[in-house]
Design a protein around this ligand. Sequence first.
Ligand code: BES
Ligand code: ZN
Ligand code: ZN
Length: 519
Amino acid sequence: MSDQTTAIELFDQEPSTFTGDLLVYLVEEGHMQAAGFGAGGNRLLTKVQETGDFKGEKDQIFLLYPGLMTLDAQQTIAARKVLFVGLGKPDETANGRRERLRLAGGVIAKQAGAVKVKKVLVVLPGEYPLDTVEIAGCLSEGLLLGNYRFDLHKQAKDDDAPVRVERFFLHDGGLAAGAVREGLELGRILAEATCAARDMANQPGNCWTPAEFAEYAKKLGKKSRLTCTVFDKASLQKLRMGGILGVNQGSAQPPFLVILEYKRNKKRPTILLVGKGLTFDSGGISAKPPAGMEDMKCDMCGGAAVLAAMQAIAEIGVPGVNVVALVPATENLSGSAALKPGDVICHYGGKTAEIINTDAEGRLILADALAYGIKTYKPQAVIDVATLTGAVIIGLGHHYTGLLANNDQWAEQLIEAGARVGEPLWRLPLGPEYRKQIDSRIADMKNVGSDRSGGTIVAACYLQEFVGQTPWAHLDIAGTAWGFTEKSYIPKGPSGIGVRTLVDCLRQWRPIQSVDKNR
Ligand code: BES
Ligand code: ZN
Ligand code: ZN
């Protein structure tokens, strides 16, 4: 959308011959070597070390301008600038080592932006204790995610603003080039999808409307061998999706239910993804306070994550499963026909709900999509992703996504995926004692509890009503979709969270054996 994808490719000559702007080496603490740097370069590295200013500590950087000094006569470095980036001491866990490379990638992108360079060669750390595909993958992710900018709506370029890198090159650093190429492609696809989700969220509500979700999915379907179906308002009415239609009542923008199917083999089990696509949440009649309301354009981050994950899945492929993604998309506004406190709605499938607070709208649109998706596609397992409750920010801050699930094995698979990709999840309980909080006198349930206690769990209990016994996991990303833990490769604003977790989880999918009850 912002048409800013950054190229990344393999560089198969001696790094010293790279004539681009910046040559980068990743150096582990206490392990000062730089593959492919040549004798002159290594002597330079020794000199760098002797300055005492660079030890290879985490995120430490050291920038040199070789053209400004006399180097070893036989071994000159063609690049205009050379950057050393510290990796610190190797982390104990593989997940820690993965994250370290992503962070280093982000540091490189930031530093490259600060010194305004366009072409950057990064030499891979040849002895880093991780599989080669992963070394190249994590580093590429960090580089491209760290290089992200959103300036679609900015008119003039400020000369002092950091520029974006146009092209990254990776040198294998002595590692197998085939595996490096594979990792580079994986990292590129995941980063591009994540940046696509960030773009959708950065777009203001008047630009990214429910119709935009439908358009994006249709284009993706054509481009990527995904089957796309879009239900418009009339179809939603025929299907009696009272949740989506009810929330949409106060808006002039028509609602859509967007469906993308990745199906490569009929015999494979299906996994259902559902993402909240609320393109602007004013709270409706139960209006939100004005301060900070502009950030509620991000209430579609779950839908963005799910569509972007499908984009990556179509490119990478997932071996074991078929995947169906549903995005219910609407605004929540307070036009004269808007849903009112006290109204009763009827969801797809017949369950009714008394509306107490029109700001608790996410659960209403997700309920229809979950019920419809489970009935239609009979999935083995379901994941929904939603900026669902402010309460999750009170509980977990901006550092962990809230996870609620009716199945331990499924929850575990998601926790593992999140840990692998640097998007941690923290599980919260479910249970009848929380479900009781949404008992209604006049309908099957009400849309909020009688008080604010356990808000994230109570919201999940509402969704649980629509999943039956199907293994289901709910990701409440209200705290992490916007303002996620500050890191070199995570910008301020939308993080694109969920995309990499979903793809990783599906790629590593293991059949779920047991069905846990009453969780
Ligand atoms: N979209 C909000 C949740 C949210 C809050 C997302 C902060 C991102 C940042 C959701 O629709 C909402 O308004 N939830 C209410 C529920 C309440 C009325 C029970 C909330 O959390 O206050
Ligand atoms: Zn709301
Ligand atoms: Zn909302």
